[in-house]
Design a protein around this ligand. Structure first.
Ligand code: PMP
Length: 392
């Protein structure tokens, strides 16, 4: 991370999948909106100024996704977008189909909406690399009516990507809608909604350098989705999400979307090189460590590394100046092993010995060198403590 930002303690920030540092453009846009008064629904000129900031952000996000501005519903983040998508879609008749490795914002929502109807929720398995097994799909569509298929574009723990093309084709032929949780993908790799052809897509601003607590749901024009808003009230966002708009957050989201879009290709190549350097460095320094999902296409900036026998919390504690994550930060605090790694066939011990490093737009080569040194030393330290405390 740029030295200036982390100057006080010189932290190496390798936790972009938890949240990315705010981009300067997003900070400027957010502060400018916070510094002005006006409700985006008010008719006077101050209200119109606020509405203009929201309109600009809608255009910036639509530009990043290649969709139209009328297809964007601003929300408080991807969690809300996922809830909205799944709850509304489940009001059609039919089952929900998703995967075993989704974020809890999908899995828990799917479980909640299908509660008491276990046959209405189908989870697709993954292989040892975390690639979604599409084999069961044909049978699922033959056996039952499906309301919605929801498959993430990129996994938050491993970065493993899913090619949605065959899923969208099969689902649409069967009359099902398709949603994707693109939270970790947007702003890291190009999205073209014309090509992707999904009906719904969720995202969160803070994963690509916007503020936390703001996101969006893309809802393709003409999609026959039952109108089931989570929040009703003043009819904002075309009746899909009531409540005074978070103008500052939305302005920051828009600015981050535009900034991310400007250098998407070159940045993804640069970040991917850095991630590869991190993997090469760590596998050389820590014999026996394993990279999860290495055989599948992955996001440029993510690596999930198992250090067999080395508890991830101890490794992280031994490198206090590197910010990384054990499994998914969203569920950290919960003493359960990563459901993603278990679904990939890893043991509980391996899942508990896995660290996720995630890089982004502000990561430098020096960060990687320092990260490799710190992680290799941390593993060596944990190894010697374990050896010293082992039974003779
Ligand atoms: N989906 C995925 C894949 C995520 O990684 C996250 C955040 N970790 C979310 C959904 C939820 O995003 P938010 O907390 O911003 O609502």
């Amino acid at each position: 991370m740029a030295e200036a930002r982390a100057a006080e303690v010189d932290i190496v920030y390798l936790d972009y999948n938890a949240t990315a540092p705010l981009r300067p453009e997003a900070l400027d846009a957010t502060l400018a909106a916070l510094n002005s008064v006006g409700n985006a629904s008010s008719m006077h000129h101050l209200g119109r100024d606020a509405a203009a900031r929201v309109d600009a952000a809608r255009r910036q996000l639509a530009g990043l996704l290649n969709c139209s501005t009328g297809e964007i519903i601003f929300t408080s983040g991807a969690t809300e977008a996922n809830n909205l998508a799944l709850r509304a879609a489940y009001a059609r008749s039919g089952a929900l189909v998703t995967t075993a490795v989704e974020h809890p914002a999908i899995l828990e929502t799917a479980r909640a909406v299908t509660e008491g109807e276990p046959d209405s929720l189908v989870l697709l398995p993954v292989d040892g690399d975390g690639a979604v097994d599409l084999e069961p799909l044909d049978g699922i569509f033959r056996e039952r009516q499906v309301a919605l298929v929801s498959v993430m574009l990129a996994n938050n723990e491993t970065g493993v990507l899913t090619d949605l093309t065959p899923i969208v084709k099969a689902a649409h032929e069967a009359g099902a809608l398709v949603h994707t949780d693109a939270t970790q993908y947007v702003g890291r790799l190009p999205v073209d909604l014309d090509v992707l052809d999904v009906d719904l897509l969720s995202l969160s601003a803070h994963k690509f350098g916007g503020p936390q607590g703001v996101g969006a749901l893309f809802l393709r024009r003409g999609t026959s989705l039952p109108h089931r808003p989570l929040l009703v009230g003043g009819g904002h966002e075309r009746g899909w999400r009531a409540g005074t708009l978070n103008v500052a957050g939305i302005a920051g989201l828009g600015a981050a979307a535009e900034a991310a879009g400007l250098k998407l290709q070159s940045e993804s190549a640069r970040v991917s090189d850095l991630r590869n350097a991190l993997e090469v460095g760590l596998t050389a320094r820590v014999p026996g460590c394993r990279i999860n999902g290495a055989g599948a296409p992955r996001l440029p900036g993510v690596t999930s590394i198992t250090f067999p026998g080395m508890p991830a919390d101890a490794v992280l504690a031994a490198m206090p100046y590197v910010a990384a994550s054990d499994g998914s930060a969203c569920s950290s605090g919960a003493p359960t092993p990563s459901h993603v790694l278990l679904a990939m066939g890893r043991t509980r011990d391996d899942a508990d010995s896995t660290v996720r490093f995630s890089l982004g737009y502000d990561t430098t080569r020096r960060d990687i060198e320092r990260g490799v040194d710190a992680a290799a030393e941390a593993v060596a330290q944990v190894r010697s403590v374990l050896a010293a405390t082992a039974e003779p």
